[in-house]
Write a protein that binds this ligand. Sequence first.
Ligand code: GLP
Length: 260
Amino acid sequence: MAEVIVVDTPEAAGLLVGAHIAREVRAHPRFTLGVATGSTPLPVYQALRAEAAAGTDFTATSAFALDEYVGLPPGHPESYRAVVDREVTVPLGLDPARVHVPDGGIDGIETAGERYETAIAAHGGVDLQLLGIGRTGHLGFNEPGSSFGSRTRVKTLTERTRVDNARFFDSWEDVPIHCVTQGLGTILDARHLVLLAFGESKAEALAAAVEGPLSASMPGSAIQLHPRVTVVVDPGAASLLRFRDYYRWAQDHKPAWQGI
Ligand code: GLP
């Protein structure tokens, strides 16, 4: 079972996870961080900025993004390449050559998934993968129906996800229809998964992912197959968890040396 940590606020989650990542980077400067986009991981990036300002050196750290939209013009501010550069690469001082995002350009899109898989494998994999969860239960952009064995590939976004992400675009027509996303199998290869969720709008998907049956209809449930998963949530996102009292009890009695 995943370790579930309920904290009071997204900021507290960011501080907890950010401190853990910074400790890992100080111990292993060539650490590889799997970065997610969306609003959920922003408190972690905020905390990492403070860690960088306080002296943690991220210049040898690598990053691999989960996904990218297909067909956005290069440099589009809402492309995940631009978001990762804005939120992670520049503020943390990562070497841009070590920051990888799937190639969503139309030219060569047929091989984008395979090329990304090759890059991750050649690098030696991802040490810690940050994850948010969509209201459809998607991880990355693995919409319901995604195989637990799937690898990086082109997917079609659901209407629900397009509606949720429309706020980042000027018009509905501008919201991409396709994406390139790491597969659930790719995500499960990371050595540690850290899933974050905040607010009641995520409660249903979160409970199904953490406690529901394993099902391709709920891509988030794939985390149950991974030996090391940390789920950090606020009370709103935790509100439908059946065993939340136990999770709190376990946290209250957790040996300090275990970390997250
Ligand atoms: C986006 C991303 C996911 C993210 C999810 C939730 O579409 N592809 O990686 O986890 O949807 O977004 P948010 O964190 O903004 O709620």
